[in-house]
Design a protein around this ligand. Structure first.
Ligand code: IMP
Ligand code: MG
Length: 184
């Protein structure tokens, strides 16, 4: 049953559990069209893309291999500090594979451009990028994803994998935090 109750720390709900589920399933259908029955090597950026990845891979029936990587994050704020760094890199071979890079949100573009360049350097057969959310207004580095779940306004959001100081990742919906909670 979809959760109707809004978390007390949220000022508003941007995307409901149902809206997210529908869109993730639609992305699965788009992926199926792009990849046919090919095996897909998924590179997913922890921790934000955890829930998105779990749902998206169950929306396709392709054989998948999954590699989880980790970049430095926001820490306990809502603004990223400087250049992202890779803190846990690839463990699977990417050479000659169809690689699909997944992240929760495309914001400044710094993380995904860094990771895409790194993957391109290990010679995949193809590389596509899929993000659940895209905050176009915030872009600092020119970067576009091949598949986008939702375009969203320039607001700091949490839920469905996205955190504030590592909290709220387990919310089923995506919402905007109350300003007083963002300072806590
Ligand atoms: P970028 O390198 O600025 O594009 O940042 C991407 C990363 O910043 C994402 O993988 C998220 O972890 C984080 N991020 C960006 N915007 C938000 C947000 O609104 N809520 C939570 N995390 C965010
Ligand atoms: Mg992230």
């Amino acid at each position: 049953m979809p959760t109707k109750k809004i978390h007390p720390d949220l000022a508003s709900v941007l995307l409901t559990e149902t809206q997210i589920a529908r869109r993730v399933n639609a992305l699965g259908r788009e992926l199926k069209k792009l990849y046919g029955d090919e095996e897909i090597t998924i590179v997913t950026i922890m921790n934000g893309a955890l829930l998105f990845t779990a749902d998206l891979i169950r929306a396709i029936d392709n054989p998948v291999r999954i590699d989880c990587i980790r970049t430095t994050s926001y820490g306990a704020g809502t603004e990223s500090h400087g250049a992202p760094k890779l803190v846990h890199g690839l463990t699977l071979d990417m050479n000659g594979r169809h690689v699909l890079l997944l992240d929760d949100i495309l914001d400044t573009g710094k993380t995904l451009s860094l990771i895409s360049d790194m993957i391109r350097g290990v010679h995949p057969a193809s590389l596509r990028v899929c993000v659940l959310l895209d905050k176009k207004a915030r872009r600092v580095v020119p970067f576009e994803a091949d598949l986008v779940g939702f375009q969203i306004p320039d607001k700091f959001v949490v839920g469905y994998g996205l955190d504030f100081a590592e909290r709220y990742r387990n919310l089923k919906m995506i919402g905007v935090l109350k300003p007083e909670t963002q300072k806590a």
